[in-house]
Design a protein around this ligand. Structure first.
Ligand code: PSU
Ligand code: MN
Length: 306
């Protein structure tokens, strides 16, 4: 078989040394945030992973290869170029075969991480069941991926651009553990609470690492979601942001936005409508996820070496 995976030097070295590697996605860079905040965020988050004892592996598709770990030039390309494809499971083969540039979503980053034997992945928010899914059938491929790919995803829950209730129901049906980190509720990305109680709460990173070890030891071959609420001082007022989200959802409907364009459209509409306030919160929560996610990955590596 052809070789499809290309490790950066930093990640290659980390693999040899058995260090905790943390995967990071690139759709958040290319389609989730504006330039130049997107590339600044990407670099900061990588540094936070290093500062917490891990090694960052930002993932993207370039030159017919899956890149595990990117250099500054590659990050800039993803942040600036307008023709970067948004790559989910469906698109991986096409973008590799045609040698286009692709930014990976949660679903495809999980796939690439598993191929590269990386078990922990930090992002902002996961995709989910969209509002009105009864009509549109718009359910993110992220959820199905979580049901069958062995990667723990550390996020700040999911945005209330989604139907969070149905998103949790879907994950329950698929047998995906959703762990609240120091919270009883599913965090709603910009806000710490959604009103939706979680089945599982854990207050320290070691216990989460143990859960992951047991889950995978037993051959329960799914992903795991760790929901880590945005820090108190960075959260937005729920009424303020939910109002804006509702408007954004309506505008998307009126403009016939659908398929893979929906989430990026809503994200950029929300940044505009909040005059960038949502962007600041978004960056802070990813940074916080990087810290906690790396601590979990390091705890897991320590367990493996016991
Ligand atoms: N949610 C966010 N920010 C993001 C995304 C989701 O708050 O950047 C991105 C992630 O890459 C996620 C993708 O995997 O959007 C989901 O897209 P869709 O809803 O089309 O599956
Ligand atoms: Mn969708």
């Amino acid at each position: 078989m052809r070789q499809y995976i290309q490790f950066s030097e930093e990640v290659e070295l980390a693999k040899q040394k058995g260090k905790a590697i943390v995967a990071l996605e690139s759709t958040i860079i290319s389609h989730g945030m504006p330039y130049p905040q997107n590339v600044e965020m990407a670099k900061n988050v990588e540094q936070i992973v290093r500062d917490n004892g891990g090694v960052p592996a930002t993932i993207a598709i370039m030159n017919g290869e899956i890149k595990i770990g990117l250099n500054d030039e590659e990050l800039e390309t993803l942040a600036q170029e307008s023709d970067v494809a948004k790559v989910s499971r469906r698109d991986i083969a096409e973008i590799i075969a045609t040698k286009k540039i692709g930014a990976t979503t949660v679903a495809s980053t999980m796939i690439c991480a598993q191929l590269a034997d990386i078990k922990f992945f930090v992002t902002g928010g996961i995709g989910g069941v969209h509002k009105g899914a009864e009509q549109t059938m718009d359910i993110s491929a992220d959820l199905d991926e979580l049901s069958k790919t062995k990667v723990t995803v550390i996020c700040a829950g999911a945005k209330s651009i989604l139907d969070l209730d149905k998103t949790l129901e879907y994950l329950e049906t698929k047998g995906v553990p959703v762990v609240g980190y120091q919270t009883d509720e599913l965090p709603a990305f910009f806000t710490r609470e959604s009103g939706l109680k979680l089945n599982t709460r854990m207050d320290d990173v070691e216990t989460i690492a143990q859960l992951a070890e047991v889950h995978w030891d037993l051959g329960l071959d799914s992903g795991i979601v760790v929901a880590n609420p945005v820090p108190e001082e960075n959260q937005l007022d729920p009424e303020f942001i939910n109002d804006i989200i509702d408007k954004a959802v309506k505008i998307a409907e009126q403009n016939g936005i659908h398929g893979k364009d929906t989430t990026p459209f809503l994200l950029s509409e929300i940044v505009d409508q909040t005059n960038g306030q949502s962007l600041e919160t978004n960056i802070k929560l990813v940074e916080h996820n990087a810290k906690i996610g790396t601590q979990i990955a390091v705890a897991f590596t320590n367990l493996e070496n016991e």
